[in-house]
Write a protein that binds this ligand. Structure first.
Ligand code: IPE
Ligand code: IPE
Ligand code: MG
Length: 245
């Protein structure tokens, strides 16, 4: 069988399970989110070490506003404090930060912090880190369509693709969801048309380098056909191998 010969260049993650991690320890849910930040820090380092070019993570969905007010405000303050602490380190490590979502709905303080972090790291190129915050896949498709209509442009697959919030990146190769649920929860609906899916039972705070390597190894066994037949894919791989060696 032909396998995907290369490692994933773009990994997307639904970082799920922080609340359950905390509840199992009789801690408030926000303690789980704090631990989730530690897990993200470890994951970013692992992606830097493995030369993954793009990491896109789901940090707060359009629907997460419906959680208890205390949790929502805890998540917002966590974002502000994490940015202050982590951005200098991310910058030193060559990480280019992007915040992807409806940022205008955020408070001035949170939005200002996000925009400042983006500006400070814009010149970096070792790893693009997209943090989806107040993001929804449906929002993204709708905002892209609105942008095109406002500019008087025709709505085509190509023009929509270029107007999406992640237009600066190729589509994800691998989507990982932790926390044991088998659903996409309004994450990258447009961009995941041909993304390989990987579901882990681990709660996000427990997702470590070994778990990431297991996901990458699983991906390496997949045959990505993009609608073609297995024979066509194998033929193209053989041609590539012959011409390169
Ligand atoms: C994911 O963890 C983080 C956010 C949605 C902000 P959850 O908070 O959804 O954790 P569970 O699913 O309740 O365990
Ligand atoms: C998805 O997780 C959103 C993030 C990880 C930020 P949820 O916990 O909100 O998803 P559902 O509600 O279980 O589908
Ligand atoms: Mg959840």
């Amino acid at each position: 069988m032909t396998v995907s010969s290369s490692a994933p260049k773009h990994i997307a993650i639904v970082m799920d399970g922080n609340g359950r991690w905390a509840t199992r320890r009789f801690l408030p849910r926000v303690a789980g989110h704090r631990q989730g930040v530690e897990s993200l820090r470890r994951c970013v380092q692992a992606c830097l070490d493995r030369n993954v070019g793009v990491l896109t993570v789901f940090a707060f969905s359009s629907e997460n506003w419906d959680r208890p007010a205390e949790e929502v405000s805890g998540l917002m303050s966590l974002m502000v404090s994490v940015l202050a602490k982590e951005v200098p380190k991310l910058h030193a490590n060559g990480v280019q930060l992007h915040f992807v979502g409806e940022l205008s709905a955020l408070s001035e303080k949170v939005r200002g912090g996000l925009l400042q972090a983006e500006a400070a790291t814009a010149g970096n190129s070792r790893l693009v880190l997209n943090i989806c915050f107040n993001y929804g896949g449906r929002w993204d498709i709708a905002q892209a369509a609105r942008k095109l209509v406002a500019a008087g442009e025709a709505v085509t697959e190509r023009s929509l693709d270029g107007a999406m919030a992640l237009a600066h990146c190729a589509d994800p190769d691998l989507l990982i969801r932790t926390g044991g649920e088998f659903r996409i929860s309004n994450f990258l609906l447009w961009q995941c048309a041909y993304t390989e899916m990987y579901f882990s039972d681990k709660l996000w705070p427990e997702f470590d380098e070994a778990a990431l390597d297991a996901a990458i190894a699983d991906y390496a066994q997949r045959e990505r056909r993009f609608g073609k037949t297995s024979g066509q894919v194998a033929g193209a791989a053989n041609t590539r191998a012959a011409s390169s060696g």
